[in-house]
Design a protein around this ligand. Structure first.
Ligand code: CP
Length: 310
């Protein structure tokens, strides 16, 4: 177990953690899933702050749930009723939260916001999403879900479907996959939603081989994991560009009839790209994926802030 890799550290990007570090996280989460009665109250007397400058259901609430289950208290900055509205800077806001808490989970629309926060804060910063850039705990729980449902991450065939341009979940997932040994990784997206160069260059640098396709159909019966993303409407610099790709891909029960036992993951929320008629299929793994966010985030908080992080 490489617990020292986590203790007291910022969690800004999955790129900062090795495969061995991730396995430590997953084994810790396994302990919480398999022996729920033995979850340690390792965060007793600790205060976790959440500061979400963008909407969130899963990330904010699963981190809060994880912290509460381990004995921490949680405080929440709501930007719409805080002094952010009076023009307080991000760095001053983080300095305040740093003086009230032991760890800050934050989400911000600007890329690099979590890095900036980590530079002004002496308490660990956990990046709950910064613009289109990183969403490390999401990628960690995605890999954990695959490990649990497919028995491992290596040797599988993956397709990432949809908005690979703006979805930070897609970029972080690819960076996470690069630490493993997938058999193949396909990306299927309309032309306007292809990878940004910075992500493509990083994927190349990490040695992850990807194949970009226009259509899902030819590979649907060849993949083990279908990783879907929502079109990130809020990230488009030009609404006309969004209109061009809106509704350009969709998975439903009929489409999935050609798939074998591939699991369908989606970080959620979904809009119209993932039909509700998929929910009853054995392929649907996205609700389990969201549920596993709690033990993975418990493990993360325990490793960063638990006994060894004191
Ligand atoms: N997957 C995810 O980040 O969901 P939320 O936006 O609800 O946190």
């Amino acid at each position: 177990m490489r617990e020292d890799a986590w203790s007291g550290k910022d969690v800004l990007s999955i790129l900062d953690f090795s495969r061995a570090d991730l396995e430590t996280l997953f084994e810790t989460a396994d302990g919480f899933v398999n022996r729920p009665g033995s979850v340690p109250k390792s965060l007793t007397d600790r205060i976790v702050a959440t500061a979400f400058f963008e909407p969130s259901t899963r990330t904010r609430l699963s981190f809060s749930t994880a912290a509460l289950k381990m004995g921490a208290k949680v405080i929440d900055l709501s930007p719409d009723v805080s002094s952010v509205l009076k023009g307080e800077s991000l760095s001053d806001t983080i300095r305040m939260l740093e003086s009230y808490s032991d760890l800050i989970v934050m989400r911000h629309p600007s890329e690099g916001a979590a890095l900036l926060a980590s530079e002004v804060s002496d308490v660990p910063i956990v990046n709950g999403g910064d613009g289109s850039q990183h969403h490390p705990s999401q990628a960690m729980l995605d890999l954990y879900t695959i490990r649990k449902l497919k028995g491992g991450v290596d040797g599988l065939r993956y397709v990432v479907l949809g908005d690979t341009r703006y979805a930070r979940t897609a970029a972080s997932f690819l960076y996470g996959l690069a630490k493993y040994d997938p058999k193949s990784v396909y990306l299927v997206s309309p032309e306007g939603l292809r990878l940004r160069n910075e992500v493509r260059n990083m994927v190349d640098k990490l040695g992850l081989k990807i194949e970009e396709l226009d259509d899902l159909e030819p590979i649907l019966d060849k993949v083990d994991v279908i990783y879907m993303t929502r079109i990130q409407k809020e990230r488009f610099p030009d609404p006309n560009e969004y209109e061009k790709v809106k509704g350009s891909y969709r998975i439903n029960k009929m489409v999935l009839s050609k798939a074998k036992d591939a699991i369908v993951l989606h970080p959620l929320p979904r809009t119209n790209e993932l039909s509700y008629d998929v929910d009853d299929l054995p392929n649907a793994a996205y609700m389990e994926q969201a549920r596993l966010g709690v033990p993975v985030r418990m493990a993360l908080l325990h490793l960063v802030l638990g006994e060894r992080g004191r």
